[in-house]
Design a protein around this ligand. Structure first.
Ligand code: SF4
Length: 295
């Protein structure tokens, strides 16, 4: 792919000395030299300007039940037109979609540009009620998601974001208002877990969850439960405390089973009993919408 001809100028960045740029899309704040891409692999400095390589370049397109996102309490029983690109802002050792998150636009197979207008038409043609930005981390294609979302709303389609929540306040202030519903991954309620297992930090994710909730959008949160890493009842309780304090006991929470994959084989598949125990415990604490996934 000739990135100089097809890339789209990025929205959140500033110029530095020596034709370097600094990206302002996620908290990594990558400083990128001319000709290089940032950590996510899909935002590139071309001649001293930052471009999005993923704009208009979905590599996964499917019609899914909305429950598969997972969203249990938003337009239930409907279909959502789902798309994803390459690239991710995190580097989870347990990534369950590494072919997309760590993929890159280097081969000739990914030259088909899909305009935002065409995405909306495809969603309508397939009788979907919403468009979902999903599969990889949609923050990395935020400009594309915003353009699609604005067109989708004009055609009475809702918009869905399935995200890790690793985004700057500035970019979230542009992206989140055009999203109707989100499922945010909270991968483990400790800074140590985020640092060692995802190469990122917990606080920006909590800020993103709180901000989306304060916008009065529909939010559900998923916690992948990894045996021995983030499944202690103390950690789960601390997470439930945070939800109670910052959101609501009615907030839909998903706890899903881990299976060994990508770079992490140090834990077994999550036993069903662990998930049922968490669900029962949350219910005893008064949480009304707890769902289990991958079981
Ligand atoms: S979006 Fe990509 S390039 Fe920008 S700061 Fe995050 S990882 Fe770096």
């Amino acid at each position: 792919m000739d990135t100089n001809n097809t890339a789209h100028l990025a929205r959140w960045w500033k110029s530095l000395d020596d034709a370097k740029v600094q990206c302002g899309l996620c908290p990594r704040a990558c400083r990128i030299a001319d000709g290089k891409t940032g950590f996510c692999g899909v935002r590139k400095n071309i001649g001293g300007k930052l471009y999005s390589l993923s704009y208009g370049m979905p590599v996964a397109l499917h019609v899914d039940p909305i429950e598969k996102k997972p969203l249990a309490e938003f337009l239930p029983g409907t279909k959502t037109f789902s798309l994803g690109t390459f690239g991710c802002t995190l580097d989870c050792s347990f990534c369950q979609n590494a072919s997309l998150s760590r993929g890159s636009y280097t081969g000739a197979a990914y030259e088909n540009y899909l305009a935002p207008e065409r995405v909306v038409e495809l969603a309508l043609d397939n009788n979907c009620r919403s468009v979902a930005f999903t599969y990889n981390e949609p923050t990395v294609f935020a400009e594309y998601a915003i353009d699609i979302a604005e067109l989708a709303h004009k055609r009475d389609l809702k918009t869905v974001l399935v995200t890790n929540g690793y985004i700057t306040e500035q970019a979230a202030a542009d992206l989140y208002p055009v999203i109707d519903a989100a499922n945010v991954d909270m991968k483990g309620f400790s800074e140590e877990f985020y640092r060692s297992m995802t190469a990122s930090h917990l606080n920006p994710v909590l800020n993103a969850i709180r901000y989306f909730y304060e916008l009065e959008k529909h939010i559900e949160i998923t916690n992948l439960v990894i045996p021995g890493k983030n499944d202690s009842m103390d950690m789960i309780d601390a997470w439930l405390d945070w939800v109670e304090e910052n959101l609501d006991k009615k907030a839909p929470l998903h706890f899903s089973a881990f299976f060994p994959t990508h770079k992490y084989y140090g834990s077994p598949r999550t036993p069903r009993e662990t998930l049922w125990k968490i669900k029962e415990h949350a219910a005893e604490r008064g949480f009304t919408s707890v769902y289990l996934g991958n079981i």
